[in-house]
Each structure stands twice: as C-alpha cells, then as structure tokens.
Design a protein around this ligand. Structure first.
Ligand SMILES: [Zn+2]
Length: 268
C-alpha cells in the first residue's frame, strides 16, 4: 500500500514533469475504479492541462487547468506510472493519459480496489473518507497529535494506521515509526506517558524524512513504481537480527496485518 514516503516521492517526481502538460488523449480502460461517469471523465480530461499534484493522507490530487481535481485513492495495489506510450501496458491499466510532451501517465491497479474521482476543491469533502480523515501525519502539530491521540484507547499501532487519527500512515511505516520510538506495537495508548507520545510524534517526522529520499532515489527518468521496501529496518524482517541490538525480530500476523518489532528495543 502506498504510504506517505511513496506518495511524497511520486508527487515530487510528477511535479517536475506534469504542470502545464496538456492531456491529448484520455482512456478510461477499466470502469470499476471510476467514481465518475466515464464520458464525463474523458470529456473533462481531454484538452485540459495538468497542474500541481498534491497529497492528502493516502490520496493524490491532480490539479487541472479547468479547476477540476482528479483524485485517486490507490488503496492496496494502485500504482502510478509515467512511461513512454510504446511501453507495453499492464493488464490492469485503468487510466492512461497521453500528454503533449509524448509521455503517458497511467494508473494501474492489480486488485482494482482503488478509486478515481473527479471533483473540485469546493466539493472535495464529498469524496468518501475525506471528511472523516484526520490531519496529515506529515503536517500535524505535536499539540494536535497529542490531543487527538487521547480519543483512542486501543493499541497504539491501531491508532497510527487509523486515518481518523492522522492520515497517511499504513502498516509498513507504522512498524518503522514504532521501532524508532521504542514503543511496543500492542502497547495500550492509555498506558503511554507524555514522553512516550513525544517520542512517537518525533519518530513520524524522522522516519518519513529518512525514507522519502530513499524511495525518490529509486525513480529515474520514468516512473514504473513498484514498492521496494528492502531498506526498511523492521517491517517484514521477522527472524532477522534487530539492527540496533541483535535480538531476533518478532513477527506476528493478526488478521491480514503483519506486525514486526523487536522485543528488546520495544519492550512495552
Ligand atoms: Zn532491538
């Protein structure tokens, strides 16, 4: 699932290339992901020019010259591509935009769980999940973070990945953040001290500032992004030695969610 470092790197990549590019051709190829009538989408996109791409939580918002926003929630398997048009399309290519500069912007979604909306800044809150979403995990102040956290009484990892608390953190980076903050993922929020919460808040900024340039460095001239997270220190490293203390990393699967942590560095 794309999380803040992935989406920030993609946003940076696209903002160096897309603004001002006219969309010469729009193809809506797999209807199930579109939350707007296909004809409206094509009609609005063709001839329009792209502006800046922004991010809110796990959504990317593509600005358009007409004032519209193309909003994409990539969910688990949505991927963005910026390729030459002759590069063979993957089977689950949902949207392809042929740009005036000769490149093609694509949205591909293996499990077709993502959603594509067409809206305006005024109507953004009508996009499902937008209104309920908490502040972005990258921009929230420590004061607001601390206040909002008080509403959650369960395990701290569950709060971190809950977009109603703060938006943009998923399962993988939650493990990294908790490791950096030396907090056990199943720690009850109600047992956390002020110092624990401060460490957690600081860890979010630290982990994203560390990871985003690494992800961005994986992108070259084209964007054909597959999540490569072999640089993560904790997530999915079960059985390997902890990079800090050497203890064997624990890995627990609950529901569909894998949680990796170090019992020594994250004692409770
Ligand atoms: Zn450790």
């Amino acid at each position: 699932m794309p999380e803040i470092p992935d989406l920030e790197a993609i946003r940076g990549f696209l903002n160096q290339r897309l603004p001002g590019q006219r969309i010469e051709r729009a193809e809506a190829l797999i209807p199930v992901v579109f939350r707007v009538p296909k004809d409206d989408l094509i009609q609005t996109l063709e001839g329009n020019a792209l502006g800046m791409t922004e991010r809110r939580g796990k959504f990317l918002l593509f600005g358009l010259e007409s004032g519209h926003l193309l909003v994409i929630n990539a969910m688990l398997t949505g991927r963005f591509q910026y390729l030459r048009p002759e590069v063979k399309r993957r089977a689950r290519t949902c949207l392809a935009l042929g740009l005036a500069n000769g490149w093609e912007l694509r949205y591909v979604d293996e499990r077709l769980m993502g959603k594509v909306y067409l809206t305006t800044p005024e109507r953004l809150m009508e996009v499902p999940q937008f209104a309920e979403m908490g502040p972005d995990a990258l921009g929230v102040s420590e004061e607001e973070f601390t206040q909002r956290l008080r509403r959650f009484t369960g395990q701290i990892k569950s709060a971190l990945v809950n977009h109603r608390f703060v938006a943009g953190i998923g399962n993988a980076y939650a493990d990294e953040i908790l490791f950096a903050a030396r907090l056990h993922p199943y720690r009850k929020r109600t047992t956390m001290t002020g110092d624990d919460i401060s460490r957690l808040y600081a860890a979010i900024g630290k982990v994203f500032a560390w990871a985003t340039p690494i992800v961005a460095g994986q992108m070259r001239e084209e964007l054909n992004y597959e999540e490569r997270r072999d640089f993560l220190k904790m997530h999915r490293r079960g059985g390997e030695p902890c990079p800090v203390c050497g203890t064997r990393i624990s890995e627990i699967t609950a529901g569909q969610r894998i949680t990796s942590f170090c019992r020594t560095c994250q004692p409770g």
